[in-house]
Design a protein around this ligand. Structure first.
Ligand code: ADP
Ligand code: MG
Ligand code: ZN
Length: 480
């Protein structure tokens, strides 16, 4: 029997605000437990919520980059449930009038371009976090994350493979991080996914029973979970056992299996109702227009500009536009040094390798683009050679040095005076006469040694190309 897998995603992204959704506490990641808290985000009785205007602005931006229909008026509702990380007993979310509906985005896989449609995006607050393994026998609770603003992006069940899901998440991450809506770091939990899966026989028009795998935060794990879970569904259908029920499951990455967590709740279980403290928010056309005007160039538009107008390669353009940080470095550097090929080359070869050495991801790289542009232009003009240029790049990244001052202070400018290089070559020829003889006797290895000695005498400041040309010429003269 031929089955197809049907998948729908609910993706949570953390909105990039400085403060929380309904109080003034900071949203900074990685601080001590319970550093960013107040009675409101701890859910103390009688506290009043105040909506963060910037979070709604970012929600509008998310609606715009996903081609969604924005609500004229949106509301916030209470979703009631008990959990120790939610002492107020309810989460503020959007049930009845979410910020937008009916968006879409196009994804590309190896075989096709497909349109994925979105059911809706809603804004909601995050809950706190339980910490189980610090004190033996006890569970602690950290409220730093409580009330951090999230947007939940809900697709229709449009995906038919893990590959499509990965392409969608990459596209979403690029759109949202470019527009500054969220940094979308899966490893830090600022982008996480609930994956809904069912299978059906090819040709069937109705969907099968679905299960939901909660809180996935790596593309690799998502791919493995989809493959495992769809096999499990097919096996259950084929064997005729009635074990397939609508339920919530968890992915166990170590074992490579999904495990049942709980039966699927119904909306009625949560007793959703409008939050009487928060008035409906009207989203005016002026508000939408001003958000639209503030959006930067999209990754797609930039990619097209790089590959067509600038003649850059598909690979380089994809890497640069795949990261907001690299894109910004590229744009800003280009303002001061206008050769795109050189800038891309310095980013792809030198900057990325230094970052890799420092264990930094592409989006964690930052550099003063004025100094970076200056450095590239000094190498371009031959003031310093590329090897010294790389050393200076490391210094800019580590100590924020000024390249010109550093070159002057350390006497690193290239030696272009050919009579000086001639003198060094003569010295090496007489000091290493044996190697010269070996070379002339046909041992090419001796040549590398001789070049190395000249460069050493020049303290690596000579232009290697000039040294090579002059040394070859001198050896040739002696061979005759
Ligand atoms: P609920 O209201 O129960 O949460 P939704 O309609 O909001 O259900 O759907 C939740 C998610 O599940 C959506 O991403 C949707 O695309 C997906 N989904 C719904 N039905 C199926 C199905 N049969 N197979 C796979 N995914 C599904
Ligand atoms: Mg849902
Ligand atoms: Zn607070």
């Amino acid at each position: 029997m031929n089955y197809e897998t049907v998948i729908g995603l609910e993706t949570h992204i953390e909105l990039a605000t400085k403060s929380k959704l309904f109080c003034a506490c900071a949203t900074t990641f990685g601080v001590d437990a319970n550093e960013n808290i107040c009675p409101a985000c701890m859910g103390m009785p009688g506290m009043t919520a105040v909506t963060n205007y910037h979070a709604v602005t970012l929600g509008i931006a998310a609606a715009l980059v996903t081609n969604s229909e924005i609500a004229a008026t949106m509301t916030f509702d209470k979703k009631s449930y008990f959990y120790p990380d939610l002492p107020g007993g309810y989460q503020i979310t959007q049930m009845f009038a979410p910020i937008c509906r009916n968006g879409w985005l196009d994804i590309k896989t190896a075989t096709a371009t497909r349109r994925i449609t979105l059911k809706q995006i809603h804004i909601e607050e995050d809950a706190g976090k339980l910490v189980h393994d610090i004190v033996a026998g006890a569970t602690l609770v950290d409220f730093n994350r409580a009330s951090v603003p999230l947007a939940e992006i809900v697709t229709n069940p449009d995906f038919r493979s893990a590959e499509e899901v990965v392409a969608y998440l990459e596209k979403l991450r690029s759109l949202l991080s470019f527009a500054g809506i969220s940094d979308c770091k899966m490893q830090e939990g600022s982008m996480r996914c609930d994956v809904n899966i069912s299978v059906r026989k090819v040709g069937d028009v109705t969907f099968g029973t679905r299960t939901e795998i909660k809180n996935m935060n790596s593309l690799r794990a998502i791919t493995r979970a989809i493959e495992y879970e769809s096999e499990r569904h097919i096996d259950a259908l084929e064997s005729g056992s009635n074990e397939l029920i609508q339920e919530t499951r968890r992915w166990d990455d170590g074992k490579g299996i999904t495990v049942a967590m709980r039966d699927k709740e119904d909306a009625a279980d949560y007793r959703y109702f409008p939050n009487p403290e928060l008035l409906p928010i009207t989203i005016s056309d002026e508000w939408i227009d001003s958000v639209r005007a503030s959006l930067p160039e999209s990754a797609e538009a930039k990619y097209t500009r790089m590959t067509t107008q600038m003649g850059l390669s598909d690979y380089d353009s994809r890497i640069i536009t795949g990261s907001r940080a690299l894109s910004q470095i590229f744009d800003e550097t280009l303002r001061d040094f206008s050769k795109p090929k050189d800038v891309v080359n310095w980013i792809m070869v030198e900057l990325l390798s230094v970052a890799k050495g420092d264990n930094k991801g592409e989006d964690d790289i930052s550099i003063d683009s004025k100094k970076f542009a200056k450095l590239i232009s000094l190498v371009d003009q031959g003031v310093i050679n590329r090897t010294i240029g790389k050393e200076i790049l490391v210094k800019i990244l580590a100590d924020d040095i000024d390249p010109e001052k550093y070159i002057a202070a350390h006497g690193l400018a290239s030696i272009t005076d050919s009579s000086f290089i001639t003198r060094l070559i003569d010295e090496v020829m007489s000091e290493y006469a044996a190697s010269v003889a070996e070379y002339l006797g046909g041992n090419e290895k001796a040549y590398g040694f001789l070049v190395g000695q000249v460069m050493r005498k020049a303290e690596r400041k000579a232009d290697p190309k000039t040294v090579n040309e002059m040394l070859r010429a001198e050896l040739k003269r002696r061979a005759n």
